[in-house]
Design a protein around this ligand. Sequence first.
Ligand code: PEP
Ligand code: MG
Length: 323
Amino acid sequence: QKAEWAKLVDEKSVTRDGHHVELAANIGTPADLEGVRNNGGEGVGLYRTEFLYMGRNELPTEEEQFESYKAVLEGMDGKPVVVRTLDIGGDKELPYLDLPHEMNPFLGFRAIRLCLEEQDLFEVQLRALLRASVYGNLKIMFPMISNLVEFRKAKGILLDVKEQLIQEGVNVSDDIEVGIMVEIPSTAVLADQFAKEVDFFSIGTNDLIQYTMAADRMNERVSYLYQPYNPAILRLIKMVIDASHKEGKWTGMCGEMAGDEIAIPILLGLGLDEFSMSATSILPARTQLKNLSKSDMETLAQEVLTLSTNEEVISTVEKAIKL
Ligand code: PEP
Ligand code: MG
């Protein structure tokens, strides 16, 4: 099986009936790029920049960040690279920021909420990103967006930082897409409105599932409620993809679900444009997609959206693709 996968390293990801999707990788550091290349990643769909900030005693400087972003953009050689701005808080702590202990860290002061309040820290990251933008195909993504005001504020700060860099005579790419993670149900529900203002969506199912099912993704006792195939989740995903396409935008997914063999047929059928996963999942996913027909999966997706439970969806998909 490994030999069969290896043959697909330099191939595009195309279904049996000729539909192309992008299979991208999730990375945490520039060192992960080797794995992306070896596994035939067509891009980076999620660069989790929080790792730059973790395991140290102070914030990374603009220069340090610039070097990392440049290395990833150059390393991907013009292929798309979606860089997510700092997503700290929740399960990821930064001791040196000295944030107060919270009762519900997953519902608390994290990610874009923190960046909009600690604007200096956010601006340093945006400066580094914009400076690096001329070295490749950069797309900037804001995490944990829960309403349009947050997106408009974040984008406003980005535009101000860009203007300032231009004033300083720094070269900045003119072609940077700005998108958001859809990982909070309120944002999925209003996706039609977001789609008019963002350039793309990337669905973060790791969090979207926990927030929709009210089941902590770290809590074993309620893990039976953490249901990726619950039709409630699938309908939210469909709303997001449909809303983006209606406005001529694209939707990716960077949660674990994007590389899952039960989820892939459904996501293909729903029209997902980009699947971002751990590098080692890319070749198995490409192999699976080669054997699926998009039009058959559209029919399957329609069917599973009418089901009621996680288990029903699993058994229906297994039957359809003969797992
Ligand atoms: C997600 O929530 O699906 C996601 C990709 O982000 P993280 O796992 O880093 O929270
Ligand atoms: Mg998340």
